[in-house]
Design a protein around this ligand. Structure first.
Ligand code: ZN
Length: 188
């Protein structure tokens, strides 16, 4: 804290003003500048950690365990704190998802498919398409959707290649559910 000189603060306020941001007081400007400095500190730390891990990968190409410490698995999205994760050239993932990868139950590309172009898990589909996870599981049971399961945590993973019409199928089911609801209300 308090590494921001008066001179720097003046400059910060000037640039902020040019961008249409005006601070009510010098204190407010200082707090803002300070938050920004802390934010960049975090970014730099994340970057340094990533560089350290990438360097270590040269000696340990198969990867190594890293403490979870509040990170999230890139595939199942589970939050990991006390548990270890596994790091390799495909990034950080929980040990269950790593095992699924090692056993070739899940193709490796899903771990770099951050914007869900080639895959999605059930919870991502659930919040993105506004559908209950139970509905997704029902569609899997009915074989309308094909899921791959991560043993150990039960995460359902849907590949675009295996479910080219996944959005249409889920939307159709949502509509059918809505109609069933209306029919039920009318029959009362
Ligand atoms: Zn996972």
């Amino acid at each position: 804290m308090a590494r921001i000189s008066d001179e720097l603060l003046e400059e910060f306020q000037g640039i902020a003003k040019e961008s249409g941001i005006e601070f009510k007081s010098r204190q407010e400007a200082w707090e803002s500048a300070n938050n920004l400095v802390n934010f960049f500190d975090v970014l730099v730390r994340i970057d340094q950690e990533e560089r350290r891990r990438a360097a270590r990968l040269k000696d340990e190409p198969k990867g190594f365990a890293v403490p979870g410490e509040g990170r999230t698995c890139s595939l199942c999205k589970n939050y990991l704190d006390d548990q270890d994760m596994w790091y390799d050239k495909w990034g950080l993932k929980c040990l269950h998802c790593q095992e699924a990868l090692d056993k070739k139950l899940i193709p490796v590309y899903v771990f770099k498919d951050f914007d869900n172009k080639e895959h999605a898990n059930a919870s991502t589909l659930s919040w993105k398409l506004g559908v209950y996870p139970t509905t997704i599981r029902k569609l899997v049971r009915q074989r309308k959707l094909k899921a791959r399961t991560v043993p150990g945590n039960g995460t359902l993973v849907f590949l675009r290649t295996e479910n080219p019409d996944i959005v249409a199928i889920i939307e159709a089911e949502k509509k059918a559910m809505e109609q069933r609801k209306i029919a039920k209300a009318e029959s009362r």
